[in-house]
Write a protein that binds this ligand. Structure first.
Ligand SMILES: NC(=O)c1ccc[n+]([C@@H]2O[C@H](COP(=O)([O-])OP(=O)(O)OC[C@H]3O[C@@H](n4cnc5c(N)ncnc54)[C@H](O)[C@@H]3O)[C@@H](O)[C@H]2O)c1
Ligand SMILES: O=C(O)[C@H](O)[C@H](O)COP(=O)(O)O
Length: 373
């Protein structure tokens, strides 16, 4: 069996090596010729999987080690009888921790704030449950859910009245509620002065040109963008205007990536009718320095000092801005650099890998709610 895999999928050899020959290629550059002779294709979100890529190839299984599936032409795969699988929820916790890290960086304590969530599936739903458990007032817009599922379901307009608006929808261009450019000029005007707008879903859910114009016009809005329209050649004027910008890495905790690979390993096993003989826990490396100490003082100050010790989102932002500066001086190709930042992303580990000492009472409760040991 020949398996062609994106070179950025971790644990590929560990999971798939015994199943056949594994060929690793850059995901953005995969071609039809690369797949002549391939039985299975393993991708991440940067490979457009469609007829152009797959026609006249023997590929019978496509697995994307990601949550998003907007890069797969699912109709085509199903028409061709090609088995496909994605990794729902694999990096949802990573994205939730990205939200916490962003808010900590902006010095926005979510306790006492009204948080709006647009798209309440694996990511948004996890964020919602975690915030509700902490007593945060949440407002949710998701046209595919009911108030039986999410009691705080409301209109988009009501979500716009929140202090923080977090976007976690897939990118869809058809159907009853397409998310493409869900947020444009008119919607941006409805956001509260001083609000935080965070997009960690897909870039084109916000009209990026409209957002740039809104910010250039002096809007009082604190924007956090992990995803852009388009990628990898993002609007650098927009990057200059956002408070935090990152190269589509919200879901890039190493734990989330490993989970994504493992879910596709299990899916390929199912496709082949064989029982999985690997265990993710055995493949997952331990964190070298898992001990952290909570500073004294008020709990929020201690938390906003602790979170960057585990995940410093400012470093993601600084690396992206440094790349933009180099590109401005003609020293780097921005689009290639964006992909390089993603390829060389540090092995960020999730909060539950860290044990925090010297915390009691209110602090201990908040640490537990954030997922620390
Ligand atoms: N930035 C990252 O690194 C990163 C990581 C993981 C996922 N994502 C993106 O986030 C998206 C959401 O992830 P998920 O795991 O929660 O997916 P999911 O499919 O579990 O949930 C998506 C939710 O969005 C809702 N939705 C769909 N269209 C909507 C619309 N027009 N308005 C409001 N809500 C709408 C759906 O009903 C669903 O509840 C993924 O599709 C992916 O594109 C990004
Ligand atoms: O959809 C997802 O799971 C995320 O957006 C994921 O982190 C994308 O990462 P990529 O596939 O582009 O490496």
């Amino acid at each position: 069996m020949r398996i062609v895999a994106d070179e950025n999928i971790p644990l590929v050899n560990e999971c798939f090596g015994e199943m056949g020959e594994v060929v690793r290629l850059p995901g953005r550059d995969m071609t039809n010729a690369d797949l002549q002779g391939a039985d299975a294709l393993l991708v991440r979100s940067v490979t457009q999987v469609n007829e152009t890529l797959l026609h006249n190839t023997p590929v019978r299984f496509v697995g994307t080690c990601t949550i998003g599936v907007d890069h797969l032409d699912i109709d085509y795969l199903e028409r061709q009888g090609i088995t496909w699988s994605s990794a729902p929820g694999c990096n949802a916790n990573s994205v939730v921790e990205y939200v916490y890290a962003a808010l900590a960086h902006l010095d926005v304590d979510w306790l006492g704030k009204r948080v709006g969530i647009i798209g309440c599936g694996n990511v948004g739903g996890r964020l919602y449950q975690r915030l509700k458990a902490q007593g945060v007032e949440c407002r949710v817009y998701d046209p595919f859910l009911s108030t039986e599922q999410i009691p705080d379901l409301t209109s988009l307009e009501t979500v716009f009245e929140s202090d923080v608006v977090c976007m976690h929808t897939p990118l869809t261009r058809s159907g009853s509620h397409p998310s493409f450019h869900l947020i444009g000029t008119e919607e941006l005007k409805q956001l509260r002065p001083g609000a935080v707008l965070l997009n960690a879903g897909r870039g084109a859910v916000i009209d990026n040109q409209a957002l740039l114009a809104h910010l250039e016009a002096g809007a009082d809005l604190r924007v956090v963008l992990d995803v852009w329209e388009p990628e990898p050649d993002i609007s650098r004027p927009l990057l200059a205007r956002v408070e935090l910008g990152s190269p589509h890495i919200a879901g890039y905790s190493y734990d989330g990536k490993m989970q994504g690979t493992f879910m596709i390993y299990e899916a390929l096993c199912r496709h082949l009718g064989r029982a999985p003989d690997k265990v993710l826990d055995a493949l997952r490396p331990a964190v070298a320095d898992p001990e952290r100490t909570l500073a004294g003082g008020d709990v929020w100050s201690a938390l906003k000092t602790l979170i960057p010790q585990v995940y410093d989102i400012a470093e993601d932002d600084q690396r992206l801005r440094a790349l933009a500066d180099r590109a401005e001086r003609g020293e780097a190709d921005f689009a290639k650099g964006f992909d390089q930042l993603r390829k060389q992303y540090p092995k960020r580990r999730e909060f539950n890998n860290y044990r925090v000492s010297e915390a009691s009472g209110e602090a201990r409760a908040r640490l537990n709610e954030l997922g620390f040991k």
